[in-house]
Design a protein around this ligand. Structure first.
Ligand code: BTN
Length: 243
């Protein structure tokens, strides 16, 4: 593992993406910044960063020929790693909101952005970006966001959170080609936010409906049991959970 610390950068994911195009990167190269100025979120969103309070880092991970159809295993592993790292730090009620938002007591404290580089049906490498709200005190534009400080009342050392979460994520990534994928998926599902309870969702046409999350498919789609008892698979862009 190689850790690069940068005082300020647009996006740690973009930095690693650019580097990977120009030089061969060592597996598990990690870049962390003290000030991320143009953080990227999922689906083209931007990602909020407060200097001295937020944590932003990205990991370059060689995936050793994981087939594209299994790309969601990287997301499973990273989500599980962050969840376990936050558990070790004593954060209460950590859950995973599908596909990979990490919540503490029902509010988002961490976002994950996995960007895969594909070649001939396989993932060549993944760039895994992790943003954690550590000591942030307010999110005026994001009512569903929180921080480790707001959840626990405790100030955390950014270095300690970085080390614990990074180690936990790497340890999960080492198991990506798991011998028992069904058990691994079950573990991910066991931490899913609102699994098994009736929830309100919005579909791609912004129509509201009710359903129950029953799990995820092997390719990472969300499985929702609808009111007529059928189970439907949803991709990320096709469904939004209304908290
Ligand atoms: C989300 O929308 O929930 C994903 C947020 C991911 C943010 C992290 S911060 C480190 C890395 N660099 C980025 O530009 N984004 C990710």
């Amino acid at each position: 593992m190689k850790i690069i610390k940068i005082s300020a950068i647009g996006s740690t994911n973009d930095y690693l993406k650019k580097q990977a195009k120009t030089i061969p990167l060592e597996d598990e190269t990690v870049v962390q910044t003290l000030h991320q100025t143009q953080g990227k979120g999922q689906m083209g969103a931007s990602w909020h960063f407060d200097i001295g309070k937020s944590l932003a880092f990205s990991i370059f991970k060689q995936t050793d020929g994981l087939p594209i159809s299994n790309q969601f295993w990287v997301n499973f592993a990273v989500s599980l790693g962050v969840k376990k790292g936050l558990d070790l730090l004593g954060i209460p009620k950590v859950s995973i909101k599908w596909p990979n938002d990490i919540l503490a007591d029902g509010k988002k404290v961490c976002g994950i952005l996995v960007e895969n580089q594909f070649q001939k049906g396989y993932i060549e490498h993944s760039i895994i970006g992790i943003g954690i709200n550590v000591n942030n005190t307010s999110f005026p534009e994001f009512p569903q966001a929180s921080s480790l400080l707001l959840t626990t009342g405790v100030h955390f050392s950014l270095d300690e959170v970085f080390e614990k979460v990074l180690q936990a994520v790497l340890s999960e990534l080492h198991q990506v080609k798991v011998s028992n994928p069904e058990a691994y998926k079950k573990q991910y599902e066991s931490y899913l936010y609102k699994i098994g309870v009736v929830c309100a969702f919005e579909d791609i046409e912004r129509k509201m409906f009710q359903g129950i999350i029953v799990g995820v498919s092997n390719n990472g789609l969300l499985l929702v049991k609808l009111q007529d008892n059928t189970v439907k698979e949803y991709r990320l862009k096709e469904i939004k959970m209304l908290y």
